[in-house]
Design a protein around this ligand. Structure first.
Ligand SMILES: C[S@@+](CC[C@H](N)C(=O)[O-])C[C@H]1O[C@@H](n2cnc3c(N)ncnc32)[C@H](O)[C@@H]1O
Length: 257
């Protein structure tokens, strides 16, 4: 298995638009993101469901349901974090195997504890690895999922292109990511909650004072909606879909290789 320092040593291709977790730090975005998730791994699950008022569970189930008809047997969950999305996919889709990949060893350690506790080691495996240089051969997986991960990629196009590469022809990528609601009053309420409430609660409960300020900043900068499906097309996906959830707070994207 590669060390974190090894997988993070790829050349940085960050753009001037890049929002990083720590502005006072010279490390590239990828290293900063890995460090930030290492810092918050212990409180991540609790804060995730608490701050989203549990709605993220509905979004996750909806995303996984889009794969039910194709009955994927070999699944890759990119940016798997603490493994909740992959565990839900395992439960709902009953595939032969899921591999979860992430750049944060801290997050993967939490996932590993869950895997051991549930005795799922033969069906769910986690690997330290980078979405922009996935340690798998081309045309390997029936489906790839990413929940709340793409916004954190250092080079979005490179990450999505590599996801396309490891998918089998005809395989689907299912991607969930926060987006920006556009209509009054949800837009204003969301803005207030995300920019003022979330960072304060995050600061109290997590060990990282910047993590929950980086969250709204990275969502604001992220190319959501049509801009994202345009990128999916550019890197090789077809039949792309963009399905806004809960007034556009989150969006489910689907692309076929
Ligand atoms: C917000 S968490 C989402 C975790 C999980 N998918 C979930 O739904 O709870 C984002 C995850 O993306 C991972 N990540 C960020 N950039 C990555 C990259 N280039 N390759 C792999 N994982 C990455 C982070 O380490 C973090 O665990």
């Amino acid at each position: 298995m590669k060390l974190k320092s090894e997988i993070l040593s790829l050349p940085s291709m960050a753009t001037s638009e890049t929002v990083k977790p720590y502005n006072d730090n010279d490390a590239d975005k990828k290293q900063q993101v890995a460090d930030m998730f290492d810092n918050i791994s212990g409180t991540y699950d609790f804060l995730n469901h608490f701050l989203s008022l549990g709605i993220d569970i509905i979004w996750r189930k909806k995303a996984i349901r889009t794969l039910k008809a194709s009955q994927p047997q070999y699944l890759l969950d990119v940016a798997t974090g603490t493994g909740d999305f992959a565990l839900e996919a395992l439960r709902m889709l009953n595939p032969r195997k899921i591999i979860g990949v992430d750049i944060s060893q801290g997050m993967l350690d939490v996932a590993k504890e869950k895997i051991t506790k549930k005795n799922l080691g033969d069906r769910f495996e986690v690997v330290l690895g980078d979405s922009e240089n996935l340690p798998f051969a081309a045309d390997t997986f029936d489906a790839v999922t990413v929940a709340f991960g793409v916004r954190n990629f250092e080079n979005l196009e490179k990450g999505l292109a590599d996801i396309c590469r490891v998918l089998k022809p005809g395989g689907k990528a299912v991607i969930l990511e926060f987006s920006k609601p556009k209509r009054f009053p949800v837009k204003q309420l969301y803005h207030f909650y995300f920019n003022h409430i979330t960072p304060r609660i995050g600061k109290v409960f997590s060990k990282d004072h910047r993590a929950y300020s980086y969250l709204p900043e990275s969502v604001a900068q992220f190319p959501d909606g049509q801009r994202f499906t345009d990128i999916l097309h550019r890197v090789g996906f077809s039949q792309t879909e963009c399905r806004p959830q809960t007034f556009g707070i989150c969006t489910l994207y689907i692309g076929t290789k």
